[in-house]
Design a protein around this ligand. Structure first.
Ligand SMILES: CCCCCCCCCCCCCC(=O)SCCNC(=O)CCNC(=O)[C@H](O)C(C)(C)COP(=O)(O)OP(=O)(O)OC[C@H]1O[C@@H](n2cnc3c(N)ncnc32)[C@H](O)[C@@H]1OP(=O)(O)O
Length: 218
């Protein structure tokens, strides 16, 4: 990534909060940033990606879409902020905390014993033949495995390995149940398991290791 882009994506944090591990000690979750319609905005972005994934525009329409998207990107360029204050990732009232890069999930139960969520892979998560991309399943497991780890250790950890076994097809556009929990703790090592089901059918399972970060560790 070039320096200009790096500045754009990772501006200096706003209030100089100390860091715990590579993360800020104060992580301000919110239900307000981005305004009351931020969830609707997220949904429109997801719908855009769905539509783009399956679109075959004419050359003329592509020209028109580029102009429209340049206009939208111009508006968003004026409101860039550091990662700790974006609604994307901190809006705990929205699917996947408002993070549009993560397949949208709604947490139904979360605590030290694990996390349960309903997740729906969108059309833009297509891998092939109407099934979810394996990497997108791994993204979901990483995020919710990280959440199970955080809730268990009440601290910050990073993924050391993440093994996904794809047991059967993961459908798109279908509410699925995803569960993650800490199976074992060994010092800084947090062993996490997970499952992804459509009804009773196991789509995938997870075997992961998260490592608790030391103070100041990047
Ligand atoms: C609403 C708000 C809720 C908030 C929820 C937030 C959820 C957000 C969720 C987002 C989630 C997103 C999450 C993400 O996406 S995190 C992003 C993806 N992960 C990374 O980028 C991590 C990159 N790697 C590292 O930084 C380091 O390697 C780490 C930190 C992992 C360990 O380096 P460190 O120098 O610190 O530790 P160590 O090397 O002394 O090792 C320590 C121990 O671990 C054992 N070991 C290490 N690696 C492996 C391995 N591969 N297999 C087996 N064992 C391994 C090692 O043998 C040793 O064991 P022992 O000798 O002690 O027995």
């Amino acid at each position: 990534m070039n320096d200009a882009l790096d500045d754009q994506w990772n501006p200096t944090d706003q209030d100089g909060s100390p860091h715990e591990g590579g993360f800020r000690a104060r992580f301000d979750v919110t239900t307000e940033r981005g305004g009351p319609r931020y969830g609707e905005f997220n949904e429109q972005v997801r719908l855009l990606m769905d539509r783009v994934r399956y679109a075959c525009p004419t050359g003329e329409l592509t020209d028109e879409l580029i102009a429209d998207l340049k206009s939208i990107n111009g508006k968003l360029a004026d409101v860039q902020i550091d990662e700790w204050h974006t609604p994307a990732g901190t809006r705990i009232d929205l699917p996947a905390r408002g993070n549009i890069t993560v397949p949208p999930y709604d947490v139904t139960d979360a605590g030290p014993d694990g996390v349960t969520a309903q997740i729906t892979f969108r059309p833009y998560h297509l891998g092939g033949n109407d099934a979810a991309h394996g990497g997108q399943v791994a993204v979901a497991f990483d995020d919710l495995g990280g959440m199970a780890s955080a809730l268990k250790i009440q601290g910050v950890s990073r993924t050391a390995y993440l093994t996904v076994n794809y047991r059967s097809i993961t459908p798109l556009r279908t509410p699925l149940t995803i569960r993650t929990w800490v199976e074992n703790l060994d010092g800084r090592k947090v062993y996490v398991k997970g499952t992804l089901h459509e009804g009773d059918r196991l789509c995938a399972d997870l075997d992961a290791l998260f490592i608790r970060l030391k103070p100041g560790q990047p």
